[in-house]
Write a protein that binds this ligand. Structure first.
Ligand code: PLP
Length: 219
């Protein structure tokens, strides 16, 4: 399947999953995850109308997106990989959305950079729903305190929560937990679901799904 065929297929699967869940398909945003694919591989997907993309490395995104955003208007770039504090400046300059606010240090660095650049980046807090030691993210029990810190101390508006469930577990309970945490904290956007489980995530209320392999093929 070409990337454009993959895109069409994923779009129709999103619509079917939304319908199944009694949701409006227009309420589920598709983030096409283009990490590891070069500009030439991404271009046809832009030509097919897709405008929202996810990348997981600042440097890699810097190498390919400035050229593409010159050729295509209305592109929205999401950072979905871990952010190192020494890359905050570049990340704030390049991305429209940072989904991986995962610790106080990075939240502070983002707040400082947004002020310095006079740019507002939309933000999601990453939650480590599986409490995996090797994975980034705020522990579910610390979610409320962390959101309060972002809001009250740093003046950051948090648009949504995101999670990456443990690879080898049924993702449903993790999606349900993310939805519960969001509801408890007055947040209504949920970034959850990847190629293997985006239909399940839509059933649990995902407002954004991050899909790479099912569009672009294996990495
Ligand atoms: C790579 C990645 C995805 C996309 O994964 P696929 O299984 O290829 O769809 C989604 N979210 C994050 C955070 C990723 O790093």
């Amino acid at each position: 399947m070409s990337a454009v065929e993959g895109l069409k297929d994923v779009r129709s699967r999103i619509a079917a999953a939304a319908q199944e869940a009694d949701r409006d398909p227009g309420d589920v945003e598709l983030i096409a995850v283009s990490k590891t694919f070069d500009a030439d591989a991404i271009r046809p997907v832009l030509e097919a109308g897709q405008r929202v993309f996810g990348e997981n490395r600042v440097q890699e995104a810097q190498g390919k997106w400035p050229g593409l955003t010159t050729d295509f208007s209305g592109v929205e770039l999401h950072l979905i990989g871990p952010l190192q504090s020494n890359k905050t400046k570049e990340a704030v300059a390049l991305f429209d959305v940072i989904q991986t606010v995962d610790r106080e240090k990075i939240a502070r660095a983002i707040a400082t950079e947004m002020e310095q650049q006079g740019k507002t980046v939309r933000l999601y807090v990453e939650i480590n729903t599986g409490l995996e030691p090797q994975k980034a993210g705020i522990a579910p029990d610390d979610c409320a305190d962390f959101l309060a810190l972002c809001r009250d101390e740093l003046g950051l508006s948090i648009e949504g929560l995101m999670c990456i469930p443990p690879f080898d577990e049924n993702p449903g309970p993790h999606f349900a937990l993310l939805r519960k945490l969001a509801a408890e904290n007055g947040i209504d956007r949920l970034s959850m679901g990847m190629s293997g489980d985006f239909e399940t995530a839509i059933g649990f209320g995902a407002t954004s799904v991050r899909v790479g392999t099912a569009i672009f093929g294996a990495r």
